[in-house]
Ligand binder design. Structure first.
Ligand SMILES: Nc1nc2c(ncn2[C@@H]2O[C@H](COP(=O)(O)OP(=O)(O)OP(=O)(O)O)[C@@H](O)[C@H]2O)c(=O)[nH]1
Ligand SMILES: [Mg+2]
Length: 412
């Protein structure tokens, strides 16, 4: 009987022909000390495709079946070895394209989000239990003081930390998926030239004709361990031709969705009303002013109201100041309010579950403050608990599980 978690040496033998197929190492991991929490045998064979195929078909003949994509992780979840947020972290880890993506995934894999959610949800369960005690024994408690104190407790120990998680997703989900940077500006200011410099390759067409770029040109690079998804957009101008107009529409949609805008100005041209209009329109977004073509003139002064914005002076054509722009981007990424630290950032699914739960919590708080029957408050709190537990997977629907585990590849 092989011992658990010990490596053995031997041969795979086809019993029908008593023929040796491969020289292998194998490992037995008995439940519950394995990835899935079940009994597991791992065979380490030589990597030739024919050898592997022969071993596999022998095993299949013995009644073994092939794993579905994500089946190992799904079993680990179903056996309670990990929760759903940790299973999702496995996907993030496999898909990570940068050091920050790995950091995030590892923290979640270690149970960072799970712990936070469990703290919040057990607080909710406590509050609900206390309320239900009031339903059963109303005479025991001074009912008049209960609602306000409960509403406050819901706010402080449940709603506030949940809102912070939602904010963290909104502010910093790009650490997982990449910071979206849009290069915007009038035609011919050197946007495509800048894209090519940042990527160190000829990605977009550059010509002296205004209106060269019409579609979005997207690419990616990594800066300070963080993935950046950068898009060059069509030059924005009034009265474009119909094709250009489509490009400009796409440009605006892309700029709207970006985390950071590089607004490129040509220092040899004077500012027009459309530049001011652009800045007005996107005043709530993070804009970095890029003054290009500094090889042509030194005389360019910024309007007073733009003086507080971060500015870099470059020549995209002659590769001047590009490193300065890179370090400004890097410092933006690691600046105090963006720095990742040991924080946990929920993904979109998790954020949506928190938001759904928050709606029920607000309703419960409201009902408490309006002195509505405690039974009604209890219904809201139950809904809140159900929603928040979708994150750890205690209450999640099977079709959502299918969708999550469908993202895995075979063997994970
Ligand atoms: N002198 C000088 N010329 C530049 C500089 N950067 C770009 N150019 C030139 O400006 C022209 C337009 O450059 P592009 O990069 O195509 O400009 P764009 O903003 O992408 O233009 P559209 O795609 O039409 O919106 C080209 O002839 C470039 O060589 C620079 O720093 N200095
Ligand atoms: Mg262009």
């Amino acid at each position: 009987m092989p011992e658990s978690r010990r490596l053995y040496y031997g041969y795979i033998v086809d019993p029908a022909e008593n023929r040796r197929i491969d020289e292998v190492m194998f490992l037995v991991m008995r439940a519950p000390s394995s990835y899935t929490g079940e009994d597991v045998v791992e065979i380490q064979a030589h990597a030739g495709p024919l050898v592997l195929k022969s071993i596999l078909s022998l095993l299949l003949k013995q009644g073994v079946s092939l794993a579905e994509p994500g089946e190992f992780t799904r079993r680990a979840f179903l056996n309670g070895r990990i929760d759903l947020s940790q299973a999702e972290a496995v996907i993030d880890l496999i898909n990570a394209r940068s050091a920050s993506g790995i950091d995030l995934a590892v923290q979640q894999l270690e149970g960072g989000l799970k712990d936070k959610i469990q703290t919040i949800s057990s607080e909710l369960v406590d509050i609900l239990a206390e309320l239900e005690a009031n339903i059963d024994f109303p005479a025991d408690v001074q009912t008049a003081t209960v609602p306000a104190h409960m509403a406050q407790r819901l706010e402080d120990s449940v709603a506030a930390p949940m809102r912070k998680l939602v904010r963290d997703h909104d502010d910093r989900n790009w650490l997982r998926e990449g910071l979206r940077v849009a290069i915007a500006g009038s035609p011919n200011v050197g946007k495509s030239s800048l894209l090519n410099q940042l990527l160190n390759k000829d990605r977009a067409i550059v010509t002296e004709y205004p209106g060269t770029t019409r579609d979005l040109v997207e690419d990616g690079f990594v800066i300070s361990g963080v993935p950046v998804i950068i898009t060059d957009t069509a030059g924005i101008r009034e009265h474009p031709d119909p094709i250009e107009q489509q490009g400009i529409d796409k440009a605006f949609a892309n700029i709207e969705a970006a985390d950071l805008i590089l607004f490129v100005l040509d220092v040899s041209q004077s500012l027009e009303t459309e530049h001011f209009r652009f800045m007005e329109r996107f005043q709530n977004k993070t804009i970095l002013l890029v003054l290009n073509k500094i090889d042509l003139t030194e005389r360019f002064s910024l309007p007073d109201k733009w003086r507080n914005l971060p500015v870099v002076r470059i020549s995209a054509k002659y590769n001047l100041g590009i490193d300065g722009l890179r370090s400004l981007l890097a410092s933006y990424l690691v600046s105090s309010d963006h720095f990742i630290g040991k924080d946990i950032i929920p993904n979109l699914r998790q954020k949506q579950a928190i938001e759904k739960s928050l709606v029920s919590i607000e309703a419960a708080k409201d009902a408490l403050l309006k002195n509505q029957p405690i039974e009604l408050v209890a219904i809201d709190l139950n809904d809140a608990i159900t929603s928040i537990q979708e994150i750890t997977g205690e209450t999640v629907r099977p079709d959502i599980l299918d969708r999550i585990f469908g993202q895995f590849c075979i063997g994970k």
